[in-house]
Write a protein that binds this ligand. Structure first.
Ligand code: FAD
Ligand code: FES
Ligand code: FES
Length: 1322
């Protein structure tokens, strides 16, 4: 059989013979090794990193259909006859880069670059179909692509450059444009502000006619009248593609149990994650008979093969053709089709597959059922029709398909005049998230009346299947559509749909509330509809309820970025201060940037799979590896016994020994020739446990057991006890802030290569702290550190998660490499990464605040506890940072803050961007808000009253000048038009009962660096070669934050040579030893000083030759210097900022300097569902002098969006036994392009910071906390709802403010109908 020809990449069909289990699946492993652009990040279709374009020729329409898919879910055999274009096929540095790649890079739409090829493919595929897309199409195309670094704004902006409409601020010229305002307000300033981070004049034009043609042989193949059945046989599985419908029916008769594979979006995940096995697959993908639309006067029949994207197009067409009253079902379907999964899944998943797989969360089936759709079935026996009704959806055996039957099509009748159909849904995130509850509802009335003739209600995500509230509907038939009916309906439906307290997915009260809240929405919609039909007969709903009818629209984000322009007198060659593109940006977008897993296979290499503990605290009775060792390809199983050195180093355990202390602890690893073999064998390792007491999971349990990782940390000023006696009021409260998963797009990946001689070991890994890896590996192997070489080219995101964990995982891999004597490739799957490496510490804050009635806070006593997990990791340091920074921007004369990290049986939490600040400071903002409420003041007034105003000392007695803080605060209030918008929001709230708007401004005093000088040191090594080219090395790691880019800018300025002369290859322990971690926002600060030092040394050495030949060129000077035996290589060194902290006294100059900022956010909340929409955010960040405004703004935006996710939708779920449930993008929702502010403005505020290089500031983390403005804006909106409902003023706020929390806090008649239980914090 010939291999399938295609456009760019040849899926290697012969590779099937290598027979990995499941080898017929997933395109990703078959992408030829040298093409590394297509990234693998989740394997479940949920992140878009693996997006490629598939193109097929349709012989019927004679058209080529291009569509995006997630390669990880594309079965290789399904690609026969298709062309696959990967990012390499779009463009490459070696040939020509494509405008999509160029613009994504130049618009600064890439940071770490791991998501970038997927982004390129999504935009590229859109352009292949729509060369001049609308901004909405760009946003829609990107909905299935996650990025953890950028905050999406620049990615959307790069896409918008292809739109016909102007790509710049859509409000420009309207008088509302922030840019217009700024221009006016800055005329009086000395410093001119710029708003252009890139120059679109530099873009190469986009010419759609230049795209590669579809291979003619594929057209010939598709049109071949003599096509035959295709069979691909593997060792365990056979894939059959029938040639026509009869053939399909024949196959279904012969293999009735074989699944029909269409989009593979339901079958694929079952095989991968639920170990489903099928010996035979039948794939009629592309079979002409399954692709058609047949429209009649009564309805439309749509072929089962139609993808959901094609279904969407077909329905849009029908809606445009038919009168409105006939299209209510189609409109309902279209609404859900916009947010169902991302564009890739919508292009893969088919109507037939969706209907038959009947997921309980299905967004379409409830509507189809409510719309009385029927399923057309076919088998060798003939055709029949079955209703797509409650019995089918509830999987009643008698309503099922017979095993030999195939769905041919689905018939959807038109709606009628007195007939209303709606789809309703709420998910953790607006797009690309399974619904937490959804519904399809319809009602038919007796003509001309509001008497119910037929009512149907179907709910998804309330049980193991979609369920029908048929009894309720029956009982309501004949009733009038009025409030009494609604009230009865709510009670009946709650009685009928039971969600047991221990139901999978939890959120029982919330889901029950949603059942009736959605019903209420439907009720309102229908009443409105009736009123529109006959306003005299049917009264309209109250005007204040109207906004409850619509979901939040998905808008294309926009905004302005403002920064200080470069001094016009600065030499043009000097890049410092310019928005220079990321050094690797083009490589990111072409997929040529090499990440660890892109390193080609090394001879003899083995893959490692982990076996982790399933118990939180237990004795290991037995580890039986015999079955695993007997499996093919398995080289060895590695346990604690194999660690030649220290297995328990500094309290961190590499392989569990004797006992396990959390679920997810590594017990052993399996090394095998392929990852599939290793994984298969890992499942066969049998471990016998005996549970041990106590099992401590929550902070509360740790407090009960007095279980801590370190001693209390405390700072104090004034006399707190005394002050409490002289205040007007005292409030006490608790704030729970839950944890966060790093969700870096590149999971932890390590390549450990044992060397032939002297026990040397080379490790390639994405880390923030190579020295730590070296230290742990040396300890585990019991060899000196000089034998361990660590290399980091780049990491695909890190955010603190790659500070300490790579050391542990490096030791685990090095032990395996040492034992087997073979290179080890260790790539954590997303689920394992989330389970093993943990994340941000959950926090419990307790406060007691004494204040005067005018809002002045006199005394504060704060206690903090964080859940550190089972080993020390960085928990003590995190707590120190929380305590040191907890006052934030406020001066409270009598202030005490204490904190302790708790030891629990959870995986060990670790560093995360902001290092405790984002959790800790929520507590300060929460008590400020509570004080405001008690004093009848606004939170902003209380913040203003208590904010530091003049040069002062922090609680730990460090002197600082808060002038930039006050400037950021003031500008934020003014430029965001806070007061006017607050009034407008209040007006809105008066007019809208079920939707509320809220605004909040948060100020920030953040810190950079470490309280210990030696941690702030850095070194660099700079070589000048004889052709004048310069190689810069330093101890910092490139994590996407643009560190290397800034270092090149520094070297360029210092040596006075163009950036193009300078190269920065990688970070490694052999060139720059003992480097400190790249964290704490000080990477550019300290490494910049070291690079500067090295360059200045070299420049000084060159002075004599320059003096001799002042008009000479750089190249001439270098050559002359060499001839004069001048050393052209040197190290540069920065001793570190002088910092100190005396914990005994509770004082010290703990930080080199402070970063200030403020952000204002406005949200709208749907009180009935708990959904929120972020309308606008304005950030003012004190950047001092920005070395690279594009990089700094990128960091601020990215951190803000990460913070916003942390405070709103990112929710880790554990069982009471300490098992993490959220282990992938399906269960853990980071923000997508639809979550970011509709209007997102960032301004870099100028200040002085002489201590840092070029008077800059480190901005890597500061934006994270500013995301809490969204949390407090939600709080404001919820408070408005509660006030209107006559509820007590203050209420406990915790983070994240998920839809569940928002909904259940907006107490009303619906929440009252269900019992509310408190969430268990961890
Ligand atoms: C990342 C991701 C996000 C998702 N998000 C959502 C979401 O937000 N909302 C939502 O509702 N759904 C969502 N889904 C689910 C998705 O809608 C379904 O998986 C999809 O519709 C199934 O279609 P398919 O063509 O891929 O089915 P396949 O996986 O190919 O097949 C599924 C089943 O249907 C059977 N089958 C397929 N076609 C036929 C036929 N013609 N006749 C008989 N049997 C047939 C197969 O035998 C198989 O058992 C998501 C899925 C993924 C992977
Ligand atoms: S790796 Fe394929 S979607 Fe995430
Ligand atoms: S640049 Fe998008 S994940 Fe890093």
């Amino acid at each position: 059989m010939p291999p399938p020809p295609n456009l760019c990449r040849e899926p290697q069909l012969p590779a099937l013979r290598s027979e990995q289990p499941g080898s017929l699946f997933s395109l990703t492993p078959f992408l030829p090794v040298h093409l590394t652009g297509t990234k693998y990040s989740c394997g479940s279709g949920g992140c878009g990193a693996c997006t490629v374009m598939v193109s097929r020729y349709d012989p019927k329409t004679k058209k080529i259909h291009h569509y995006p898919v997630t390669a990880c879910l594309v079965p290789i055999c399904s690609l026969y006859g298709a062309a696959v274009t990967t990012v390499e096929g779009v463009g490459s540095i070696k040939t020509r880069i494509h405008p999509v790649q160029e613009r994504l890079a130049k618009c600064h739409g890439t940071q770490c670059g791991f998501c970038s090829p997927g982004m390129v493919m999504s935009i590229y595929t859109l352009l292949r179909n729509h060369p001049e897309p609308t901004p909405e199409q760009i946003t829609e195309a990107l909905g299935g692509n996650l990025c953890r670094c950028t905050g999406y704004r620049p990615i959307v902006e790069s896409g918008k450059t292809f739109c016909a409409e102007s790509a710049v601020c859509q409000m420009k010229g309207s008088g509302k444009c922030c840019m217009d305002q700024e221009e006016k307000s800055f005329t009086s300033r000395q410093e001119k502000m710029c708003t252009k981070l890139y120059n679109e004049d530099e873009f190469q034009p986009f010419d759609p006619s230049q795209e590669p043609i579809f291979p003619p042989e594929l057209i010939r193949m598709a049109e071949d009248p003599n096509k035959r059945r295709l069979t691909f046989r593997g060792k365990r599985t056979t894939w059959i593609t029938p040639v026509n419908l009869n053939d399909l029916l024949e196959l279904k008769t012969n293999f009735p149990e074989a699944p029909i594979i269409m989009g593979n979006t339901a079958v694929g995940p079952s095989i991968k994650f639920r170990d489903e096995f099928h010996p035979v697959f039948i794939s009629p993908l592309g079979l002409q008979e399954l692709y058609f639309v047949d429209s009649t006067d009564d309805g439309v029949t749509i072929g089962a093969g139609y993808s959901l994207a094609q279904l969407n197009d077909a329905l849009h067409f029908i809606v445009s053709e038919q009168p409105k009253e006939k299209t209510k079902t189609y409109h309902a379907l279209l609404k859900h089709l916009r947010t169902l999964a991302g564009a890739q899944i919508r292009n893969m998943a088919t109507l037939g597959g969706h209907v038959v797989s009947r997921p309980n969360f299905s967004d379409l089936n409830p509507i189809l059922a409510a719309g009385n759709a029927t399923i057309n079935l076919i088998s060798k026996e003939g055709k029949r029709q079955i209703p797509l009704d409650g019995r089918f959806l509830e999987k009643s055996p008698e309503a099922n398909l017979k095993s030999e039957e195939t769905v041919l099509s689905v018939y959807i009748p038109h709606s009628t005049r007195w007939h209303f159909v709606s789809g309703l849904r709420i998910a953790q995130r607006q797009e690309n998230a399974f619904a937490m509850v959804n519904a399809g509802m319809s009602v038919k009335f007796e003509d001309g009346t509001d008497t119910i003739k037929e009512l149907q209600m179907f709910y998804g995500s309330v049980g193991p299947t979609v369920v029908s509230a048929s009894k309720t509907c029956q009982q309501l038939t004949g009733r009038y559509w009025n409030d009494q009916m609604l009230s009865d309906a709510c009670q009946l439906v709650l009685d009928e749909i039971y969600i047991p307290p221990d139901a999978e997915g939890g959120m029982v009260e919330y889901r029950r509330t949603l059942i009736i809240s959605l019903l209420f929405k439907f009720y309102l919609k229908v009443r409105r509809g009736l009123n529109k039909m006959d306003p005299h007969k049917f009264p309209d709903i109250p005007e204040r309820f109207v906004s409850a009818l619509e979901d939040f629209p998905i808008e294309t984000p926009q905004g302005i970025q403002m920064f200080q322009c470069v001094d016009p007198y600065q030499p043009p060659q000097d890049p410092v201060g310019h928005p220079v593109m990321h050094q690797s940006a083009i490589k990111h977008t072409t997929g040529e940037a090499v990440f660890v897993d892109d390193i080609p296979p090394i001879s003899q290499e083995l893959f490692l799979a982990v076996v982790t503990s399933t118990r939180a605290h237990a004795k290991i009775i037995l580890i039986d590896t015999s079955e695993a060792l007997a499996l093919p390809g398995v080289a060895d199983v590695i346990t604690a016994e194999d660690v030649p050195g220290d297995n328990n180093y500094q309290g961190e355990i590499f392989y569990a020994q004797n006992e396990v202390i959390c679920v997810g602890q590594i017990v052993c690893t399996v090394a095998a020739d392929t990852y599939a073999h290793a994984k298969e064998a890992a499942k066969k390792v049998r471990i016998v446990y005996e549970d041990l007491e106590p099992r401590i999971i929550t902070i509360e349990q740790a407090l009960e057991h007095n279980s801590f990782l370190s001693a209390e940390k405390k700072i104090e000023q004034g006399n707190v006890e005394q002050a409490f006696k002289h205040v007007d009021q005292i409030i006490e409260g608790e704030v729970h802030v839950e944890g966060q998963e790093h969700f870096y797009m590149e999971t932890q990946t390590i390549l450990a290569i044992p060397q032939e001689e002297d026990k040397e070991m080379v490790l390639h890994l994405g880390t923030q702290f190579q020295t730590h890896v070296q230290e742990y590996v040396a300890a585990a192997l019991n060899i000196p550190r000089n034998r361990i070489a660590c290399h980091t080219k780049r990491a695909g995101g890190a955010f603190g998660g790659k500070v300490s964990k790579p050391a542990l995982l490096g030791a685990v891999s090095a032990v395996a490499a040492n034992k087997t004597g073979r290179p080890i490739r260790f790539i954590l799957e997303r689920g394992d990464d989330m389970l093993i490496t943990a994340g941000r510490h959950p926090l419990l804050g307790k406060y007691k605040i004494g204040f005067m009635n005018n809002g002045v806070i006199k005394a504060a006593d704060i206690e903090y506890y964080i859940n550190g997990g089972c080993t020390p990791d960085e928990s003590e340091l995190v707590m120190e940072f929380i305590v040191l920074r907890c006052e934030n921007a406020y001066y409270i004369p009598n202030f005490r803050c204490r904190g302790r990290p708790c030891k629990t049986n959870l995986p060990s939490n670790t560093a995360f961007r902001g290092f405790g600040f984002p959790q800790g400071i929520v507590v300060s903002e929460a008590y400020i808000t509570a004080v405001a409420s008690q004093c009848n003041l606004t939170p902003e007034q209380v913040k203003e009253i208590n904010m530091y105003k003049r040069t002062s000392r922090t609680v730990h007695k460090q002197i600082f000048n808060p002038e930039p803080l006050r400037r950021c605060w003031k500008e934020c209030l003014e430029k965001s038009s806070f007061s006017a918008r607050k009034l407008a929001a209040e007006e809105f709230n008066k007019k809208n009962y079920w939707k509320k708007r809220g605004l909040a401004v948060v100020p920030m005093k953040f810190t950079v660096g470490m309280p210990t000088t030696f941690y702030n040191q850095a070194a660099a090594l700079v070589h000048i070669y004889l052709d004048g080219s310069v190689l810069v090395s330093h101890g910092g790691c490139e994590l996407g934050q643009g560190l290397h880019t800034k270092m090149i800018q520094v070297a360029s300025r210092e040596l006075n040579i163009p950036e193009s002369y300078i190269h920065l290859s990688e970070t490694n322990t052999t060139t720059v030893p003992n480097a400190t971690f790249t964290a704490g926002s000080m990477g550019a600060d300290i490494n910049g000083k070291a690079v500067q030092n090295a360059c200045q040394i070299l420049k000084a050495r060159l002075q004599p030759v320059i003096r001799k030949n002042p008009k000479g060129t750089w190249e001439e000077w270098i050559s002359e210097a060499y001839e004069e035996s001048i050393n052209l290589s040197t190290t540069g060194y920065f001793k570190g900022y002088q910092t100190n902290m005396d914990w005994k006294k509770g004082e010290g100059d703990a930080f080199p300097y402070f970063v200030y900022g403020a952000s204002c956010s406005e949200v709208e909340v749907d009180c009935l569902t708990g959904a929120h929409k972020l309308l606008r955010t304005d950030i003012f960040m004190d950047a001092a002098f920005s070395i690279n405004p594009a990089v700094d703004i990128g960091q601020i935006e990215g951190a803000f969006v990460q913070g916003m996710g942390f405070y709103t939708i990112e929710e880790l779920k554990y069982s009471p036994e300490g098992v993490l449930y959220s282990r992938g993008p399906d269960d853990y929702k980071i923000p997508t392009v639809t979550e970011i502010p509709e209007e997102f403005n960032v301004t870099l505020v100028r200040s002085q910071n002489p201590i840092a290089i070029y008077s800059s500031k480190g901005l890597g983390e500061a934006g994270m906390f500013l995301g809490s403005s969204v949390l407090f804006a939600i709080y404001d909106a919820v408070a408005a709802a509660r006030r209107e409902r006559g509820l007590t003023k203050t209420f406990t706020l915790s983070s994240p403010a998920t839809p569940e929390l928002i909904r259940m806090t907006c107490v009303d008649q619906f929440t009252d109908m269900v019992r509310v239980v408190r969430r268990a914090p961890y």
